[in-house]
Every structure is written in structure tokens, then in C-alpha cells.
Design a binder for this molecule. Structure first.
Ligand code: ADP
Length: 255
């Protein structure tokens, strides 16, 4: 039996949830991101649906975690809560030990824009802008100079194997190439945490594998902590840990 402190993911019962209040110490020292009794209900009255019904999870830096589960299980909902793109009905997300619902406005902006990178199933690139301009966008939006931003962006595009495509319009790239651009855009600000929601969901098998392997390599080389939602169990099996989301609960899947 592995002692709990040696597990990269520690799932706990919900018994002590009330002892944790926003802003108080998180569960596991050294965790990059954790959730405590996270619940999410959509709708109201008779139309209520509970998607997450108490998710407590702790992720150490450097881990690559796959979240699997059937369509509609709540994987996107979970990632959106981690990214502070949505708010939980109750429960708390902690980043570096601090409750994100206690963040000041500038801390929240920094968290969303600097600490984490997000890759979506659809790449959401600006079709009429070049690959390099798309990747540079987060830097330009925070006030970086155009030349400097483009230089950084081109370096990232070379890292994802698109050194030859930097000046091509995003709309002219293949699906796999577009997703590589989206990955470069997610990483251009050197986030600590990479969240990806079905990043290979729109790709054929060969491209899905290539994009997954790219993410694995970047994860390793840039010391990222990565959480990927996927319904592809073959790819998920290559993560450090696999968590199954079903009936509102997240459970470890044993190898
Ligand atoms: P997954 O990513 O695993 O496919 P989602 O998190 O997208 O699951 O959705 C989980 C459930 O929550 C689904 O039944 C979906 O219809 C519902 N849902 C998601 N977002 C909303 C919303 N904004 N309003 C109402 N229901 C929603």
C-alpha cells in the first residue's frame, strides 16, 4: 500500500469538507491544484441537474493526469471550474494552496492568463491571422511589442513542429496543424498548468496520437502540470494517472 503522501492524486472522502473554508489552508502541501468537495448543479427547480457531486482531488506539480468519462459526464464542467471560467455551486478550487474564489481581480486575471494555458477541442484560432499572430495574441494582449511577441511565437511554433508554417493563415492549416498552433498559443506565456478539453477529439487517429505525443513531450520538457479530459482511453492510459468521472464523482482508475 502506497502511503497517501506518496500518491500524486489523493482522493478523500467528503467528511471534513466543512472544515475547509475559502482562503484556508488546502489539503496537501506542495500540490499545484486541488479541489475540495466541488459541486456543480445546472438549472433550477425541477430542471436541476447535478453534474459534479463532491469532487476532491489533489494534483502535484509535474503530473500528467487524464480525466476520462462518457460524454456528458462533466469533464468540461470540471476543467472550466479549475480554470475559473465558471463558478462551482459549492466547494473550492485551490491553486498553489490558495482558494481561487478568494483571488483579487488582478490575481484572477493573472491566474487565467498567465498561470494556466487552455487547449479546447476546437482550436478557436483566428482564421485570417497567421499562425504566428495567433500564438502571439496572448502576449500582444498583455502589451508586449509586436516584434518581440512574434519572435517568441515563432520559437513556440518551431517547438510544435510548425517552423515552416509561421506565416500561413490559420484557416489554411490542417486540423492537426491548427491544434498544434492552439497548443503553442496555450503555452506561449509559460503557464504552470495546462488544461486540455478533448484536445484530440476532432482529429483522426494518427493526428490524435501525434498531438497527444506532442503534449506529452512539451509537458515533460517544460515541467508542466497537465490535466487532459479525453474519451480516448488508449491515450489516457499513457498519462501518469487516470481519473474516471462518472455520476458526479471522480475516481482513480487503477492501471
Ligand atoms: P462532458 O465534457 O463530460 O461531455 P459537460 O461538462 O460538457 O460533459 O456536461 C455535463 C452535463 O452538464 C451535460 O448534461 C450538459 O448538458 C450539462 N451542461 C453543461 N453546461 C451546461 C450549462 N451551461 N447549462 C446547463 N447544463 C449544462
Amino acid at each position: 500500500m502506497v502511503p497517501p503522501e506518496n500518491l500524486s492524486i489523493t482522493m478523500t472522502a467528503e467528511t471534513t469538507a466543512s472544515a475547509i473554508t475559502p482562503g484556508s489552508a488546502a489539503l496537501h502541501a506542495g500540490a499545484l491544484i486541488e479541489t475540495r468537495d466541488l459541486r456543480k448543479t445546472y438549472g433550477a427547480g425541477g430542471a436541476e441537474i447535478t453534474v459534479l457531486s463532491g469532487v476532491t482531488v489533489s494534483v502535484e506539480p509535474g503530473k500528467l493526469i487524464a480525466v476520462v468519462g462518457p460524454s456528458g459526464a462533466g469533464k468540461s464542467t470540471f476543467l472550466h471550474l479549475l480554470a475559473a471560467l465558471d463558478t462551482p455551486t459549492s466547494g473550492t478550487v485551490y491553486f498553489e494552496g490558495k482558494a481561487i474564489d478568494s483571488f483579487q481581480e488582478n490575481e484572477l486575471a493573472n491566474y487565467r492568463n498567465r498561470s494556466l494555458g487552455f487547449v479546447w477541442q476546437r482550436h478557436h484560432l483566428l482564421a485570417d491571422f497567421t499562425a504566428a499572430e495567433n500564438v502571439a495574441m496572448p502576449l500582444l494582449m498583455r502589451g508586449a511589442g509586436y516584434d518581440e511577441a512574434l519572435e517568441t511565437s515563432e520559437r513556440w511554433l518551431r517547438e510544435v513542429g510548425l517552423g515552416e508554417r509561421v506565416r500561413q493563415r490559420a484557416g489554411e492549416l490542417s486540423g492537426g496543424e491548427q491544434q498544434r498552433v492552439a497548443i503553442a498559443r496555450a503555452l506561449v506565456q509559460k503557464p504552470a498548468l495546462l488544461l486540455a478539453d478533448e484536445p484530440t477529439g476532432d482529429l483522426d487517429e494518427r493526428n490524435a496520437m501525434a498531438v497527444f505525443e506532442l503534449m506529452q513531450r512539451l509537458h515533460r520538457e517544460h515541467q508542466l502540470t497537465s490535466i487532459l479530459a479525453t474519451h480516448n482511453t488508449i491515450l489516457a492510459g499513457r498519462a501518469d494517472r487516470v481519473l474516471q468521472l462518472e455520476h458526479g464523482k471522480l475516481r482513480p482508475v487503477e492501471a
